[in-house]
Design a protein around this ligand. Structure first.
Ligand code: ATP
Length: 298
């Protein structure tokens, strides 16, 4: 095989709780991850010269060893002592530094793609164990779908997908560093925690209202204080018919959940007209993930 194409899907968090800060500086999380139908595309091709050649249509991204794709490829090449070369062409659609795990999704797609292209034979759990060295969200991004994510993000439990819905996803024109948000979070002083267990029960019962009324993200305490536009977008989406709205991950991206596509489309237009966000999508949950079963993950 000389060429492999991989999609890298973005995620949102419909619930995000931080339980504590560990002695090693990592935060213990309890979050519900959900793939959405926005994806980057990676075309991986073997090439004669050794090394990694990365091309992309997005001029903001590094093309050298700082890109998470290159880190992922180097990791597998080193592990398996691969002397050949690869050319990767990335079409970037996921907003950058947005709280949608775009970099992690690309790294995960590179791990899956290199595994396939070079016939390395890694199982999904093996790829996840390697991937977590590069980032806590990567084990999730390798499989996608609806998952409870615990530990630092590496303990994953599949959940039923939420019922059908339409989403408006809006990223205000600011870049938020995940490290800044976690660095300014006082995990031991949080006055409120989202009801993640209640949300899991609502997912199991397929009850949309039980899900939307429990949307919650403790990282809003840091990011919204810094960037009030996030709260403005949430309020606007709710006033435009969203059942509820929330910031995803460390932000600043906001999503609203709608019953009707037409209402979602009009709400997206209003966000655009008021110039609250530059990157705006009307999309849906992507329920299939990458199609791995719970057994393949065990
Ligand atoms: P998360 O939700 O995991 O915190 P994020 O959406 O906040 O992710 P990313 O888009 O993954 O953030 O990128 C954060 C930083 O990582 C950017 O500053 C970017 O330069 C760097 N980066 C390295 N490789 C990539 C990549 N392939 N795609 C996007 N960003 C990348």
């Amino acid at each position: 095989m000389d060429k492999v194409i991989q999609r890298a899907y973005a995620k949102i968090n419909i619930g995000l709780d931080v339980l504590r800060r560990r002695a090693d500086g990592y935060h213990e999380v309890k979050m519900i991850m959900q793939t959405v139908d926005i994806y980057d595309e990676l075309v991986l091709e073997k090439r004669e010269q050794p090394g990694i050649e990365l091309r992309t249509d997005n001029s903001e991204l590094p093309l050298d060893g700082d890109n998470l794709i290159c880190k992922a490829v180097s990791l597998l090449f080193q592990e398996k002592k691969i002397e050949e070369g690869v050319r990767i062409t990335l079409t970037k659609r996921i907003p950058i530094a947005a709280g949608m795990a775009g970099g992690s999704a690309d790294a995960a797609a590179a791990l899956r793609g290199i595994n396939e292209l070079f016939g390395l034979g890694y199982s999904i759990p093996e790829l996840q164990t390697l991937g977590v060295r590069l980032g806590a969200d990567i084990p999730y991004c390798i499989v996608g779908g609806t998952m409870l994510s615990e530990g630092i993000g590496e303990i994953l439990t599949p959940l039923p997908a939420p019922p059908e819905a339409h989403l408006v996803i809006a990223k205000p024109d600011i870049n938020v560093s995940t490290a800044f948000v976690y660095g300014n979070l006082h995990a031991d002083r949080l006055a409120w925690h989202p009801d993640i267990d209640g949300m899991i029960a609502a997912l199991q019962q397929g009850e949309m209202d039980g899900i939307t009324e429990r949307l919650g993200n403790v990282l809003e305490t840091v990011t919204v204080r810094e960037y009030p536009v996030i709260e403005q977008i949430k309020e606007l989406l709710r006033s435009q018919g969203a059942q509820n709205a929330l910031m995803s991950g460390s932000g600043p991206t906001v999503f609203g959940i709608f019953k009707e596509k037409e209402t979602a489309r009009r709400a997206a237009q209003t966000v655009e007209q008021r110039q609250l966000a530059k990157q705006i999508f009307v999309t849906t949950f992507y329920k299939e993930g990458y199609g791995y079963s719970a057994q393949e993950m065990a």
